[in-house]
Design a protein around this ligand. Structure first.
Ligand code: ADP
Ligand code: MG
Length: 471
């Protein structure tokens, strides 16, 4: 992030607030959405007690203000900001992301210097998502080796595409952006394009609406390295998009241009993706990133705590590594919580009891994770609705069955460690059906207080609550 105007103190404050804000989001989808949206922030500066948040364009600035102003304010306070701190959202026309395409490529606009320029809506890469900042361990060493290989030698058939899959918060986005940063470092002229699958789809829809599909094609076929994050969010029924993506994919790989894709499931389990795309995704290098074991978690914590004030003791780091196991994002969240506490209460000794207290929310989540099984969820929901497990597993579509079925899917997804794959198996349904069911309940919960109440009662019976969402 470009924060030239931000002094180090407020920069640290902003970074902490950002982490808190994202961690505060309830549930996996809201959290990843916030993360994507936050990555559209161009720069943050601090002056006259006001944080000025600049986005790519006015629409994004408005969206950020509408959706996150309150949460950001809260997080800034939690991060230690003065309660009188103000927020302003605006956009920065000048900082439109641009990519200079090498001379050899055709098309685009000639600038005064004669260099061919084209603008590609790449999302900004975080500067600190580098290989140096990524801690290697047995859970990620193969992925890391493949990613480094791709960054130093992009476009090789055996590694194209590089498809990285694994659970949330395990470092997929970090590694993907590290590839982008490394390629740019080696060759500042390389056209690196990083986009979430959602943003990529939006680009496509915009060009369709503006009758400008040709320019979409031209733009994307000039890229040297295309990084598509979170491919699982590609909308199932946008068939034309898949066709266009397929063609872009072929054009790029035929020209030995590198493609990297991340996903939370392996290609074959992607909901609603055409067979031919799946086989393309599987045609290069497939790598899974796994949860880090204790030693790696501790090493990550050591790295992340470097330079923190006050210094974090080894005992504290060990405590966090022992107690927070689910994913790296939670580990970071726990560390930042301890750091905030240590700043606020410099005289309190961080004993294990104290740490258990400070991190009680995180620790509770870890416990729920271990405890709850999909079967328990199914049984509890069935009891509540007076339906049978067989009905829930059946294809029957009457509303009196659909609601408990989808609610059970929702709870399984949010409160058990069962990944999509396991949930799909236990419900005898496809991944797409599970994703659809979870989304449907999320939407309904916003507008149906009765459903929300029932959910809360079920969670209560299961010994958990909405505050303890783990996915
Ligand atoms: P994902 O995209 O898989 O959900 P991210 O790449 O967003 O996960 O990672 C979540 C956070 O964890 C990021 O801040 C990232 O820097 C950090 N992280 C994950 N794995 C590692 C690692 N091995 N070393 C250092 N940081 C890591
Ligand atoms: Mg990610």
């Amino acid at each position: 992030m470009n924060s030239e105007k931000t002094d180090t103190l407020s920069e640290g404050l902003w970074d902490r607030a950002r982490t808190i804000c994202i961690n505060m989001m309830q549930g996996d989808s809201k959290r990843s959405r916030a993360e994507r949206n936050f990555s559209m922030i161009q720069s943050v500066s601090f002056k006259d007690n006001t944080f000025l948040i600049l986005a790519l364009n006015n629409l994004t600035a408005e969206m950020l203000e509408r959706e996150y102003a309150d949460d950001i304010k809260k997080s800034l306070l939690l991060a230690g900001a003065d309660p009188s701190v103000r927020l302003e959202f605006s956009f920065d026309e000048k900082s439109k992301p641009s990519i200079v395409v090498p001379k050899s490529t055709t098309g685009g606009e000639k600038t005064k210097t004669g260099r061919i320029q084209t603008f590609i809506s790449t999302m900004p890469l975080k500067e600190y998502y580098t290989f140096d900042e990524f801690v290697e361990g047995p859970s990620n060493s193969y992925v890391l080796a493949a990613a480094k290989g791709v960054a130093s030698n992009p476009g090789k058939k055996a590694m194209n595409p590089l498809f990285i899959h694994g659970g949330t918060g395990l470092g997929k986005t970090h590694i993907m952006q590290a590839i982008g940063n490394e390629v740019r470092r080696r060759n500042p002229m390389a056209a690196v394009c990083y986009l979430t699958a959602e943003a990529f789809m939006n680009e496509y829809v915009n060009s369709m609406t503006n009758n400008n599909i040709q320019s979409f094609r031209d733009r994307y076929r000039k890229i040297d390295i295309l990084l598509i994050d979170d491919i699982q969010f590609i909308t199932i029924n946008m068939k034309n998009f898949q066709e266009e993506f397929f063609n872009t994919f072929n054009a790029l790989t035929n020209a030995d241009k590198q493609i990297v894709i991340t996903s939370d499931v392996p290609p074959k389990d992607l909901p609603g993706i055409e067979e031919r795309l799946i086989s393309r995704f599987e045609g290069g290098m497939l790598q899974e990133i796994e949860s880090p074991a204790y030693e790696t978690r501790l090493a990550i914590l050591k790295k992340k705590s470097e330079g923190m004030q006050p210094e974090v003791s080894d005992e504290t780091l060990k405590f966090i590594a022992q107690n927070i196991k689910s994913h790296v994002r939670a580990i970071e969240g726990a560390l930042s919580k301890v750091n905030i506490f240590a700043n606020r209460e410099p005289n309190v000794l961080l004993t294990n009891e104290m740490l258990s207290y400070i991190l009680r929310d995180f620790i509770e989540k870890e416990k729920t994770r271990k405890k709850l099984t999909i079967e328990e969820v199914q049984n509890c929901v069935c009891r509540k609705y007076g339906v049978t497990i067989a009905q829930i597993l059946s294809p029957e579509r009457t509303q009196s069955i659909v609601t408990p079925r989808q609610l059970a899917m929702f709870i399984s997804r949010k409160f058990t460690i069962g990944g999509l794959q396991e949930i799909a198996k236990k419900f005898d349904k496809s991944h797409a059906t599970i994703i659809h069911g979870v989304k449907n309940i999320s939407k309904r919960l916003d507008v149906e207080p009765d459903l929300k109440l029932t959910l809360e009662e079920i969670l209560d019976e299961l010994g958990t609550s909405m505050n303890e969402v783990i996915n």
